[in-house]
Design a protein around this ligand. Sequence first.
Ligand code: SAH
Length: 212
Amino acid sequence: MVGERARERLLTILSEKGIESAPVLAAMANVPRHLFVDEALAHRAYDDVVLPIGYEQTISQPFIVARMTEVLYREAKHDRILEIGTGCGYQAAVLAQLWTRVYSIERIRDLHRYARQRLLALGLANIQTKAADGHYGWPEEAPFDAIMLTAAPPEIPQRLLAQLGEGGCLLAPVGAQGVVQYLTLVRRVGDDFEYTRLDAVRFVPMRKGIED
Ligand code: SAH
């Protein structure tokens, strides 16, 4: 059993690092991160660190999950959100506490399958997932109020911007491999897109195609 105290300590760290939104902190408190990592790593699940999830991929650092969630929660409506890069499903589970409907896409079939099982086991019925290349987004379910990328493209795919509704916001780590990536917020205003550059970050690259 992973201690309540470890979870409380994580919330304190998140507040100290500048996460202010009470709903976002409550969402972080609600999701048992230890269930999203391998049992052997469960004792580190409430440290504010990136952990491996296999397939050369990672579960994001809790602070980054909270930070990205907070930005989109502040800037966008809370109805429909699309995530690119499901990974283990942790970020999607956090989003599901705050948005009415969550759509999440993962390109590695095995990761997608495990994430889907986990999310179902947690009873999170407002998340839909699919194994696909996120560059195409999810046109059948567009428009979205918010889109979050958790893998870094060298530049934001136009197809994804086209799936934002009016006033909708996309948040992504942007940067070519080996170069500093910046979290970039894009808001759709009519046919225009307003870009704002935020924190320097480090994410795994967004790749093309799907993988078995
Ligand atoms: N959101 C995750 C972070 C996972 S790491 C979390 O909650 O911790 C990023 C994930 O993006 C990896 O699993 C990787 O396979 C996936 N990814 C990379 N390129 C992708 C693409 N084009 N489409 C969908 N998923 C992609």
